[in-house]
Design a binder for this molecule. Structure first.
Ligand code: GDP
Length: 366
C-alpha cells in the first residue's frame, strides 16, 4: 500500500500529529491486512458515501478504506552530505510515495525553534534543499554512467536519457525540485527509475495554534506558506496538531461536539488524509450489501478486472463483467431494485475504466 512520510524540522509538531494519527489508528482485528509497525500509522479514510450506504443497507460489517502514514524522524541540516542519521533520513523518505511536510506556523515563546524565529518559508526551504542536493547526487551518478554510452553509441535511448539528466541537473542546481521538469512518456519512465526525492508529491501541513486555526487565512505565516506552496506545485493543509491530538482520543459523537464548540467544520487530520489520498491519484470504489459495506482503494485509470483483483485474485482471473451503478444513483434512489427499474444499472466489460464512487458487483467464473 502507498504511504505518506511525515517530515519537518525539530519542534514543529510532528510527534503531536503522529500521536493523533496512531490514536486514530484502525483496529488490527478489522484490518488484518494492515502491517502495523511502530513508526507507521494506518488510518481510515473518512468517506460520507460509506456512511450513507450503511444507512441504506444496514450491513453486518462496515469497512472504510485505509491510508498509511510513516513517521520519519530526524532531519538535520546537511543530511544530503551523507552523515549517519542524515543518510537514514533520506533513505526513509525514498521509501514513501508522498511527503507530508509539517511546518511551524504558531508562536510560542516557550517552545524553541531550531532557527530561533518563526519563518515557514525559510523552514521548508531548509528541508527542500536537502532533498534537492540528494537528488543532484543521484542525477550526477547516473550521468557518469550514461554519458559515455550516449557519446559512443549515440542510441536514441541514451541520448534521450542524457537530455533528461542534463535538464534535471540544471533545475536541481538552481535549488528547484525535480518535479518542475517537464517530461514526455519515455522520459517519465526513466525518471521513475531514479526515484528522486523531489519528484514526490508534497503536502505542507501548516501547524497553527488553537486560536488561529478557526480562520487560517488571517494568519500571516499560513499566508506566506500558501503562496510558496502554490508556486511550488504543492498542496497545503492547515491544522492544529494539539487539537488533533485531543480529538483523536474521543468517540465519534464527542469529536463532532468538540469540533462544533471550536467552530471548526471538520478535523484537520481528516482533511490531511483526504488530501494525501488525492495527491497520489487514489480513488475509491464501493461494494455494498447486507453482509458488508466496504470502500476499496484503486489507482485512477485502473480497469474493472484489475479492481476486481484488489478484492481477490480469483475475481480478476475469472472476471466476466462488472455490474455498476454510481453512488449518486443509490443516494437518490435508495435501493438496488429502484436502480434497476430506472435503468441505472450498467453492465461493464474488461475495458471499463473504473470511476471514483462506483458501486460494483463483480461477476466471475471460479
Ligand atoms: P516535533 O519535534 O516536530 O515532533 O514536535 P512536537 O510534536 O514534539 O512539538 C513540539 C512542541 O510544540 C511541544 O511542546 C508541543 O506541545 C508543541 N506543539 C505542537 N503542536 C502545537 C500546536 O498546534 N499548538 C501549540 N501551541 N503548540 C504545539
Amino acid at each position: 500500500s502507498l504511504t505518506a512520510g511525515i517530515v519537518g524540522l525539530p519542534n514543529v509538531g510532528k510527534s503531536t500529529l503522529f500521536n493523533a494519527i496512531t490514536n486514530s489508528q484502525v483496529e488490527a482485528a478489522n484490518y488484518p491486512f494492515a502491517t502495523i509497525e511502530p513508526n507507521v500509522g494506518v488510518v481510515e479514510v473518512p468517506d460520507h458515501r460509506i456512511d450513507r450506504l450503511v444507512e441504506l443497507f444496514h450491513p453486518k460489517k462496515t469497512i472504510y478504506t485505509t491510508f498509511e502514514f510513516t513517521d520519519i524522524a530526524g532531519l538535520v541540516k546537511g543530511a544530503s552530505k551523507g552523515e549517519g542519521l542524515g543518510n537514514q533520513f533520506l533513505s526513509n523518505i525514498r521509501l514513501t510515495d508522498a511527503i507530508c511536510h509539517v511546518v511551524r506556523c504558531f508562536d510560542d515563546a516557550n517552545i524553541t525553534h531550531v532557527e530561533n524565529s518563526i519563518d515557514p518559508v525559510r523552514d521548508v526551504e531548509i528541508i527542500n534543499l536537502e532533498l534537492v542536493m540528494a537528488d543532484l547526487q543521484t542525477v550526477e551518478n547516473r550521468i557518469s554512467k550514461v554519458e559515455r554510452k550516449a557519446i559512443t553509441t549515440k542510441t536514441k535511448d541514451a541520448l534521450e536519457e542524457m537530455d533528461l539528466l542534463n535538464r534535471l541537473k540544471a533545475v536541481l542546481e538552481q535549488g528547484q525540485p525535480a518535479r518542475s521538469v517537464e517530461v514526455d512518456d519515455e522520459q517519465a519512465a526513466f525518471l521513475k527509475t531514479y526515484n528522486l526525492l523531489s519528484t514526490k508529491p508534497v503536502i505542507y501541513v501548516a501547524n497553527m495554534d488553537e486560536e488561529g486555526i478557526v480562520d487560517p487565512e488571517t494568519n500571516p505565516y499560513y499566508q506566506a506558506l500558501k503562496a510558496y506552496a502554490q508556486k511550488d506545485n504543492a498542496q497545503i493543509v492547515p491544522l492544529c496538531a494539539k487539537i488533533e491530538e485531543d480529538l483523536s482520543s474521543l468517540s465519534a459523537e464527542e469529536k463532532d461536539e468538540f469540533l462544533n464548540d471550536l467552530g471548526l467544520p471538520h478535523s484537520g487530520l481528516d482533511a490531511l488524509i483526504q488530501k494525501a489520498y488525492a495527491v497520489l491519484d487514489l480513488q475509491t470504489f464501493l461494494t455494498a450489501g447486507e453482509d458488508e459495506c466496504r470502500a476499496w482503494t484503486f489507482k485512477k485509470g485502473m480497469k474493472a478486472p484489475e479492481c476486481a483483483g484488489i478484492i481477490h485474485t480469483d475475481f480478476q482471473r475469472g472476471f466476466i463483467r462488472a455490474e455498476v451503478y454510481s453512488f449518486d444513483d443509490i443516494d437518490q434512489l435508495e435501493t438496488e431494485a429502484a436502480i434497476r427499474e430506472a435503468g441505472r444499472l450498467r453492465l461493464e466489460g474488461k475495458d471499463y475504466v473504473m470511476q471514483d464512487g462506483d458501486v460494483v458487483h463483480f461477476r466471475f467464473n471460479v
